[in-house]
Design a protein around this ligand. Structure first.
Ligand SMILES: [Zn+2]
Length: 203
């Protein structure tokens, strides 16, 4: 069964891959809540969480694996995390029935919670607070939905940035002002001999 395949709740037993945290977003999620939904949560030190890397990442939707298992036969399975309306849904390809979060789902959720570069893709209030600082340079600090104007980009291993969606948006900062002044001012004065007499003009 594919991770994104619909599954009928009337089917017997828990879903083989999917676990739903009802009525919660990443903005409200805590590591305590993740622990309550996971039986046998493995040690989640910063090195383990840093090894979690997205394979795809978009707003409210990401596919993850762990680099720590890359050379091992026990490859870390693919985990998909999606904000599906009011519910946070985590899917894992491992064979453990999803009566609770499996360790892979739990580690990915903890990594999203603790790493800003991942969290911003799922946590709208945190993302907009991050974008609001940038939006001032574009005169867009009052815009209601900053996701309409800026797009998050992620670069491995831990870099996140926001870029304008429209190429014609121009930031006005001390640096860009200076660049503009440099472009507009003549690079050197015309020699006095080339100047027209005071009572005439260049035509
Ligand atoms: Zn799993």
């Amino acid at each position: 069964m594919r991770l994104d395949e619909p599954y009928l709740l009337s089917a017997a037993g828990p879903h083989p891959h999917k676990y739903v945290l009802p009525a919660i977003t990443v903005a409200k999620l805590t590591s305590t809540i993740v622990g309550l939904h996971c039986v046998g949560l493995p040690p989640a030190d910063s090195r383990t969480l840093a090894a979690i890397q997205p394979e795809t990442l978009a707003l409210d939707n990401g596919t993850f694996t762990s680099l720590s298992h890359a050379a091992s036969e026990l490859r870390f399975p693919t985990v998909v995390v999606q904000q599906n309306g009011p519910d946070l849904v985590a899917s894992c390809a491992c064979a453990i029935p999803k009566t609770s979060l499996c360790e892979h789902q739990a580690l990915v959720l903890l990594s999203i919670l603790q790493r800003k570069e991942l969290r911003l893709f799922f946590d709208k209030p945190a993302r907009h607070a991050y974008m609001r600082t940038l939006a001032r340079d574009y005169g867009l600090e009052q815009a209601e939905d900053l996701d309409e104007h800026f797009e998050l980009t992620y670069t491995r291993p831990s870099l996140v940035s926001a870029v304008p969606r429209r190429p014609d948006l121009y930031a006005v900062t001390a640096t860009t002002k200076q660049e503009l002044i440099t472009q507009l001012l003549p690079t050197k004065r015309r020699p006095a001999a080339d100047l027209p007499p005071a009572n005439s003009c260049w035509c």
